[in-house]
Design a protein around this ligand. Structure first.
Ligand SMILES: Nc1ncnc2c1ncn2[C@@H]1O[C@H](COP(=O)(O)OP(=O)(O)OP(=O)(O)O)[C@@H](O)[C@H]1O
Ligand SMILES: Nc1nc2c(c(=O)[nH]1)N[C@H]1C(S)=C(S)[C@@H](COP(=O)(O)O)O[C@H]1N2
Length: 173
């Protein structure tokens, strides 16, 4: 079971600062998931073509059932992660962005500036998170209960969670 972890940041990719987003996603998934999984982590700049090519490679070549991105979801000119996500996905799941913004709004009024979304490419679920490392646990924890069933529905592997932290909800179970 492979999971893509994609940091989209001009400065982290150029070494201006150390990437804290990718490691935070990895740490959260280790805490939330009780099944075996392997991370496939990359740090790339805010370039739409590059983001699209990386999402396609993680989905089609690496066989990731889930890709979690961080960064590039805001209103600035170079923020294009949602556009890249929408371009490579066959279906968009607006509920993910809606819920994550609602939860984030309890910590920051600027939560509404994130255009974070989610979508399906083949047997891969792609979920966008904001760039702020502090946003990662908050957002992932909110949507995690629905992720295993979503991956079931698209023909992916059976994900299990650490129920002391977060319980996967499967309506048909
Ligand atoms: N991957 C990351 N690792 C560590 N800190 C980050 C990361 N991404 C963002 N941050 C922090 O969150 C702040 C806001 O992030 P934001 O995504 O808006 O940056 P940005 O202006 O798009 O620049 P860049 O794309 O170069 O990260 C940054 O100034 C930085 O302090
Ligand atoms: N939980 C949470 N969500 C958040 C934030 C945050 O600090 N915490 N920052 C907001 C801000 S200030 C911006 S500009 C947008 C987009 O951030 P991004 O471009 O780094 O993805 O996410 C928003 N969502």
């Amino acid at each position: 079971m492979r999971i893509g972890i994609l940091t989209v940041s001009d400065r982290a990719s150029h070494g201006v600062y150390e990437d804290r987003g990718g490691p935070a996603i990895r740490e959260c998934l280790t805490e939330f998931l009780s099944c075996e999984w392997q991370p496939h982590a990359l740090v790339i700049p805010d370039e739409q073509e590059h983001i699209e090519a990386t999402l396609k490679a993680m989905s089609d070549d690496e066989g990731c059932c889930l890709i979690v991105t961080t960064g590039g979801t805001g209103p600035a000119k170079r923020d294009v992660t949602p556009e890249a996500t929408e371009a490579v996905c066959e279906k968009i799941l607006p509920g993910f962005g809606e819920l994550m913004r609602q939860v984030s709004l309890k910590s920051v009024p600027t939560a509404i500036l994130s255009r974070q979304t989610a979508g399906i490419r083949g047997k891969t679920l792609i979920v966008n998170l904001p760039g702020k490392p502090s946003a990662i646990r908050e957002c992932l924890l909110a949507v995690m209960p629905a992720i295993p069933y979503c991956i079931d529905l698209i023909g992916g592997p059976f994900l299990t969670t650490n129920e002391a932290v977060v319980k996967a909800f499967r309506p048909k179970a």
